[in-house]
Design a protein around this ligand. Structure first.
Ligand code: GYE
Length: 334
């Protein structure tokens, strides 16, 4: 072979190798992914690290995401962290060592995930935050966040209360059941609520403690609130409906009428809250929509198709009151 021809063939081969190397590296930072050539079917292996099964909301959210992944023809690796951060860290490490294509992650708390998310990034595995966000400066460690605006939910709960009790003279004593300590919804729902009542000094949070988003702990903590100041509690603000429903039982056992003697405010708008509102035991619930599985899968597919995707996708939400409950209960999806 002539040396000129040899040189041309060599140059072409080098170019081809370089091009294919560029193609196979997945960009994790930036909202734009590279197309993934994993056979003609486009099937992905998706690892999903879920918080737990602590509430009605969580059950609906797990199902929505699992169904969407399977219905789109992808393979799901599921891990339930039972509300423990260390379980989530090991689940993510195991997804990395299995070499999944993408990780869906709903972090139980906001902090302490830098190292493991860096490991996922180093392995070229994109992470999609679902429902809860992280408090990490380096936002190249995840592709996008899909979920609710929890601060706005807290504001909506307080706006409803301020309006409802605008004619009430005297101080309003509010007890607060917080969600899981350090979790995004607990931090933000408290913040949003306090921001609004700060402009209305008669509203005072007199007791506040975590009920970890569960019915059992909501009931136990409400019992202790009632034991210490039962006759003076005007309002319960619970960071989710499950804790509100547990607390309703405590209020009844104490001999008071939930929904009348104590105004009950929840968040999520799950079926259990609608049932309690129909019975007149709960006054209002601020919606937090868990049914974003299909939208999440679309985002993952768009990423692998190399499309530009937003860094944050908000889910749309409403507020529902006792007098609307009977009409709406049958149309609720969760
Ligand atoms: O409100 C609560 C669940 O992170 C939005 O977690 C979610 C919250 C939801 O346990 O019921």
């Amino acid at each position: 072979m002539k040396s000129g021809l040899k040189l041309i063939i060599f140059t072409l081969l080098t170019l081809m190798v370089l091009l294919s190397a560029c193609n196979s590296s997945n960009e994790v930072d930036g909202a734009k992914g590279n197309s993934k050539d994993n056979g003609s079917d486009g099937k992905l292996v998706i690892g999903f690290s879920q918080v737990g099964a602590e509430s009605e909301w969580r059950t609906a959210n797990t199902k929505s995401i699992q169904d969407a992944i399977k219905n789109a023809g992808h393979e799901l690796q599921f891990s339930d962290a039972q509300q423990r951060q260390e379980n989530q860290i090991s689940a993510i490490r195991s997804f990395i060592s299995q070499g999944v294509d993408a990780i869906v992650f709903s972090p139980v708390v906001e902090t302490g995930f830098e190292t493991v998310l860096q490991e996922a990034k180093d392995a070229g595995i994109p992470v999609f935050l679902a429902d809860r966000s992280v408090d990490i400066d380096d936002d190249s460690l995840w592709v996008t966040f899909i979920g609710s605006n929890f601060v706005e939910e807290g504001r909506n709960a307080a706006r409803w209360l301020v309006d409802e009790m605008s004619d009430y003279d005297g101080d309003v004593s509010i007890v607060e059941l917080q969600g899981t300590v350090g979790s995004a919804p607990a931090i933000d729902r408290k913040k949003g609520f306090e921001e609004i009542i700060a402009d209305h000094p008669k509203f005072k949070i007199t007791q506040s403690q975590t009920g970890n988003f569960t019915r059992t702990e909501g009931q136990e903590v409400m019992e202790s609130f009632l034991r210490s100041d039962g006759e003076n509690i005007d309002v319960l603000y619970a960071h989710n409906d499950d804790m509100a429903i547990g607390a309703i039982q405590a209020i009844e056992e104490y001999g008071l009428k939930p929904g009348e003697d104590v105004i009950v405010i929840g968040v999520d708008a799950v079926r259990g809250a609608f049932e309690a509102m129909v019975e007149g035991k709960m006054n209002v619930t601020v919606e937090c929509n868990p049914m974003f599985g299909p939208q999440l899968v679309d985002l993952i597919e768009d990423y692998f198709a190399g499309k530009e995707i937003p860094k944050r996708v908000d889910v749309e939400e409403d507020v529902y009151t006792m007098d609307q409950a009977a009409d709406l209960i049958d149309s609720r999806e969760y």
